[in-house]
Design a protein around this ligand. Structure first.
Ligand code: NAP
Length: 247
C-alpha cells in the first residue's frame, strides 16, 4: 500500500460535491491538496479550512480548467507551493442537459470544453511532474452516462465517454513509466448536480438503482484513495461506483 504522506494532489473542481469529498479524503490520508475551483471561492476556502482544522495541508487555486493557460498556471501554483505533483484528479464537470433537438452549439461546446478538453489541458500541464513521481496517478471522474447514455445528455455523455477512451489510451502509453491512469464512473451521487434534478425524476432514478439510493460523495472519494494507495497494478480501468445501476 502506498502511503499518501508527502504526496501532492490536485483536485479540479474541489470546491463542492464529489471533488470536495475527494480533496478531504486525500488530505485525511496525508496528501497535500490543491483545491481548484472556478467561481466558488468561499466554498473552496471552506474545504481548505476543514482540512486544516483536521491537521491536513491544502490551499485553494482559482482556474477555469477548460482554458489551457489557466490549467498551466494551476499546475505551476502546485509546484511553486509544494515542489512536486504525484496525483491529478480530473473532477471538474458541468451539465447542460437538453434533448438533442433543443441542444445549441454553445451547450455542446461548453460541456465538451469543461468536461473533456479540460483533461487534455490539465494532463498536458501536469504530466512531466507526475512522471517524476514514483507513484504517479491520474484519475478521471467520468460517469455512468458515458457508459450507458442518458436522455437529454448527448453532450455530457459524449464528453464522459471521451474521458474513458482518453484514460485507456494514456494508460497504455504510460504503463511502463509507473504512472497509472484510471477512470471512476459514478452513478447518481448526492451533490448539487443531482439535487438540481426535479424531485419526480429523482424518484424515478432511485427506483432504477438496484441498491435503491443515491451514492454519497465520500463513496467516490474512497475509490480515489483505493486507486492511489493500492492501484499500482490497476491501469486503464473504469471503476464503477454506481449501486449496481450499470454492470
Ligand atoms: P458539482 O457539485 O456541480 O461540482 C462541480 C465542481 O466542478 C465544482 O467544484 C465547480 O467549481 C467545478 N467546476 C465547474 N466548472 C469548472 C471549470 N470550468 N473549471 C474548474 N472547475 C470547475 O458536481 P459533482 O456532482 O460534484 O460532480 C463532480 C464530477 O463528477 C463531475 O465531473 C461530474 O460530471 C461527475 N459525476 C457526477 C455525478 C453525480 O451524480 N453527481 C455522477 C457521475 C459523474 P465552481 O463551484 O467554482 O464552479
Amino acid at each position: 500500500m502506498v502511503k499518501l504522506d508527502g504526496k501532492v494532489a490536485i483536485v479540479t473542481g474541489g470546491s463542492r460535491g464529489i471533488g470536495a469529498a475527494i480533496a478531504k479524503e486525500l488530505a485525511a490520508n496525508g496528501a497535500k491538496v490543491v483545491i481548484n475551483y472556478n467561481s466558488s471561492s468561499e466554498a473552496a476556502e471552506q474545504v481548505v479550512s476543514e482540512i486544516e482544522a483536521a491537521g491536513g495541508q491544502a490551499f485553494a487555486s482559482q482556474a477555469d480548467v477548460s482554458d489551457s493557460k489557466h490549467a498551466r498556471v494551476l499546475v505551476e501554483d502546485a509546484i511553486n507551493k509544494y515542489g512536486q505533483l504525484d496525483i491529478l484528479v480530473n473532477n471538474a464537470g458541468i451539465t447542460r442537459d437538453r434533448t438533442f433537438r433543443k441542444l445549441s452549439e454553445e451547450d455542446w461546446k461548453k460541456v465538451i470544453d469543461v468536461n473533456l478538453n479540460s483533461i487534455f489541458n490539465m494532463t498536458s500541464a501536469a504530466l512531466a511532474h507526475i512522471q517524476a513521481s514514483e507513484t504517479g496517478r491520474i484519475i478521471n471522474i467520468s460517469s455512468i452516462i458515458g457508459q450507458a447514455g442518458g436522455f437529454g445528455q448527448t453532450n455530457y455523455s459524449a464528453a464522459k465517454a471521451g474521458m474513458i477512451g482518453f484514460t485507456k489510451s494514456l494508460a497504455l502509453e504510460l504503463a511502463r513509466t509507473g504512472v497509472t491512469v484510471n477512470a471512476i464512473c459514478p452513478g447518481f451521487i448526492e451533490t448539487e448536480m443531482v439535487t438540481a434534478i426535479p424531485e419526480e425524476i429523482r424518484e424515478q432514478i432511485v427506483a432504477k438503482i438496484p441498491v435503491r439510493r443515491f451514492g454519497k460523495p465520500e463513496e467516490i472519494a474512497r475509490g480515489v484513495i483505493y486507486l492511489c494507495q493500492d492501484g499500482a497494478y490497476i491501469t486503464g480501468q473504469e471503476l464503477n461506483i454506481n449501486g449496481g445501476m450499470y454492470m
